[in-house]
Design a protein around this ligand. Structure first.
Ligand code: FPP
Ligand code: MG
Length: 480
């Protein structure tokens, strides 16, 4: 396998004012690892940046022989750490609120979104033109990218946390009016290494190095996902999630909605500390997309009673809206989360790396949801920890039913009346069974997964890239 190495840049971390010389002293050293430095093939990159849409597609997975790393095994310690330390972000002066906010994190989960963030970080770190600055910020005290600094509030603690009786020194009691306090001395910022330290030819970081900001991003995407599930389980009136009582069933609707909001609040604070406006914009737009996706779905089921324009009348339109909803509810978080990871790794405007991450995440996310929709028909409870046919019960027509409609026109009226009449759900399941709806949905998922894998051809070889390839195969074959 090709090996990629990177120049590990070590620079002086002194704050600007403590430097004796006006010219910062930088020393560039290289890591002791393989020095077989390979720049990304200039020709491929030049083509890729203007490509319509890509280079020659790689051979189908079955035709390639080498064994790809298991994505979950490759990053098992990191994923464990993401889950463990995430709980620290959810403490509150109201223990009951923390309990609900942590509830879904205590059950086993696929952690697919954090996995994507970490794999893309590992598969691209070192390639972006701004990598040397990001690596420097992750190691240099005061530059804002170290783990401790990501935990440190940007604002005074007693402003940030209004009142917590168990932290009286760090919060402000409401017994007295808030008095004016002198601002703390501004922190002395270290000077970043100059642009001449940038790698002009993209080389992958070796050994792999994850930035603390990227690990925090992995937690942020999971927190947003869980916040959306807390709200979703209220909307769907789900009794179960992952085989156990859902949060609304355990704590009630009101507290579940509030816990979701609380998670979003903590997410926003953590996001701001990553120091990238581009990443804040990306992730904020995911939250909007999740809501838009949910509205699209609600509109197709309860449009009239909610007073929002109802479902379209024409078959093709149903399918377009279904795919759009699939992107917004599922793929947007994966696509923009992966893109944000690459931005945090120093990918600048005009570089291909973040485009690869987005295209991969978008296609993989759609493939993932299409398979989810198949599993709802095929195995239901055993696979998803909720009753089979839950989508039909909710009035939702997903891929298998929409494809079955093309072969069995009787499906049309059922879809339009949202499977509300006695026997509709059973009839719809039977029509799907007697059609190629499931196979066609799987073919569509496979097409998207193949597209996701194709874009990876533009990345240098690495274990993380191999794991991302493996994931495209797993997503289609999965039974979970
Ligand atoms: C699960 O869908 C739900 C989502 C993927 C997103 C739900 C989004 C919202 C409720 C909007 C609010 C968003 C935030 C961030 C507060 P599903 O019902 O198809 O899957 P399930 O079977 O796992 O419930
Ligand atoms: Mg649901």
């Amino acid at each position: 396998m090709r090996r990629w190495s990177v120049a590990a840049v070590r620079v002086s971390c002194q704050p600007s004012s403590s430097r004796t010389s006006p010219t910062p002293r930088f020393s560039r050293t290289y890591s002791g690892h393989t020095q077989q430095k390979r720049s990304f093939p200039a020709q491929s990159l030049a083509t890729a940046q203007h490509a319509e849409p890509f280079l020659d597609p790689p051979p189908p997975l079955a035709a390639t022989s080498h064994v790809r790393p298991d994505p979950y095994k490759l990053l098992a310690p990191q994923l464990h750490n993401v889950r463990e330390t995430l709980l620290n972000l959810l403490g509150s002066a109201h223990p009951g609120l923390s309990e609900i906010a942590k509830y879904y994190f205590l059950h086993p989960s696929k952690q697919l979104r954090p996995l994507l963030v970490l794999l893309f970080s590992q598969a691209t770190n070192g390639l972006g033109n701004g990598w040397h600055i990001k690596r420097w910020a992750a190691e240099c005290e005061g530059a804002g990218g170290r783990s401790e600094e990501l935990d440190r509030p940007l604002t005074r603690a007693d402003v940030l946390n209004d009142y917590n009786p168990s932290m009286p020194d760090h919060t402000a009691s409401f017994e007295d009016s808030f008095s004016l306090k002198a601002p703390p001395h501004p922190r002395k910022l270290p000077i970043p290494p100059p642009a001449s330290f940038a790698n002009n030819s993209p080389v992958l970081s070796s050994p792999p190095f994850l930035l603390p900001t990227q690990i925090r991003l992995a937690q942020i995407v999971e927190m947003i996902h869980v916040a959306s599930l807390l709200h979703d389980d209220v909307i769907d009136k789900s009794p179960l999630r992952r085989g156990t009582l859902s949060a609304p069933a355990a704590f009630g609707n009101k507290l579940s909605v509030l816990a979701g909001d609380f998670l979003l609040g903590r997410t926003s604070a953590a996001l701001s500390r990553l120091g990238s406006n581009e990443v804040v914009e990306l992730i904020a737009s995911v939250i909007a997309n999740l809501v838009e996706g949910e509205i699209l779905q609600l509109k197709s089921i309860h449009g009239e009673e909610l007073g929002i324009t109802g479902a379209p009348a024409v078959g093709r339109e149903y399918f377009n809206i279904y795919l759009q909803k699939t992107y917004m509810k599922t793929a947007s978080l994966m696509a923009k989360g992966a893109r944000a990871a690459v931005v945090l790794g120093g990918c600048k405007e005009g570089e291909i790396w973040k485009e690869i991450a987005y295209a991969y995440g978008r296609n993989l996310g759609i493939a993932f949801q299409l398979v989810d929709d198949i599993l709802d028909y095929e195995s239901g409870e055993a696979a998803l920890g909720k009753p089979g046919g839950a989508d039909l019960q909710l009035g939702l027509a997903t891929g298998p039913a929409l494809f079955a409609w093309e072969e069995h026109p009787e499906m049309g009226p059922l879809i339009k009346r949202k499977f509300q009449q006695e026997g509709d759900v059973e009839l719809a399941r039977d029509l799907v069974r007697r059609s190629s709806g499931v196979e066609r949905t799987r073919d569509l998922a496979r097409n998207h997964a193949d597209k996701a894998r194709e874009v990876l051809v533009l990345l240098p070889d690495s274990d993380a890239k191999g794991a991302l390839e493996a994931l495209t195969e797993r997503v289609v074959k999965r039974t979970w």
